[in-house]
Design a protein around this ligand. Structure first.
Ligand SMILES: Nc1ncnc2c1ncn2[C@@H]1O[C@H](COP(=O)(O)OP(=O)(O)OP(=O)(O)O)[C@@H](O)[C@H]1O
Ligand SMILES: [Mg+2]
Length: 140
């Protein structure tokens, strides 16, 4: 199998569509026969990253690169940026609004879980410019 690249636009204002990119990648990985445990980790981490773009950054672009050795997914937005990454990475830290919390988000667990489920996570962010999160999963 050669490497495969998939791209999805994530709308910023639509919670009902959030998770579509994660679901689509999950389906593709299943079809390609990747291990179920790995697919589960990727789907969880991707969903958190996707929701973060919806809640915190008015949407963005998901790009998944799938090869037999590595699954690499980037989440690029042109949102407000993250002023303090160490703080944002802390369990329980959230700037989510009351309205967003009422929908069940804002526990401050998304970034810590992404870190936990990915083999590698890199956040590149500039306040006022945007954020890109890169998640990497090694195929054993
Ligand atoms: N793409 C992003 N753009 C701007 N800020 C972000 C982005 N992703 C995360 N953040 C900031 O980092 C904080 C922590 O993110 P995290 O995903 O851990 O928690 P949350 O999204 O607030 O709540 P949860 O993920 O548990 O629903 C967010 O509250 C927000 O301030
Ligand atoms: Mg989150």
């Amino acid at each position: 199998m050669d490497s495969l690249e998939l791209t999805y636009q994530v709308p910023g204002d639509d919670f009902s569509r959030a998770g579509e990119a994660s679901s689509a990648v999950k389906r593709t990985l299943k079809t390609l026969g990747f291990p179920p445990d790995l697919i589960r980790r990727i789907a969880i981490a991707m969903y958190e990253a996707e929701i973060n773009m919806v809640i915190h950054a008015d949407g963005g672009v998901v790009t998944a690169r799938i090869s037999p050795e590595l699954v690499e997914v980037s989440f690029a937005d042109v949102g407000p940026g993250i002023p303090d990454i160490d703080l944002a990475m802390q369990e329980g830290y959230s700037t989510a609004s009351e309205q967003v919390r009422d929908l069940g988000f804002g526990a401050g667990m998304g970034l810590p879980n992404m870190k936990k489920y990915a083999d590698d996570m890199t956040i590149t962010t500039t306040v006022g410019v945007g954020t890109t999160v890169l998640l990497q999963f090694q195929i054993a």
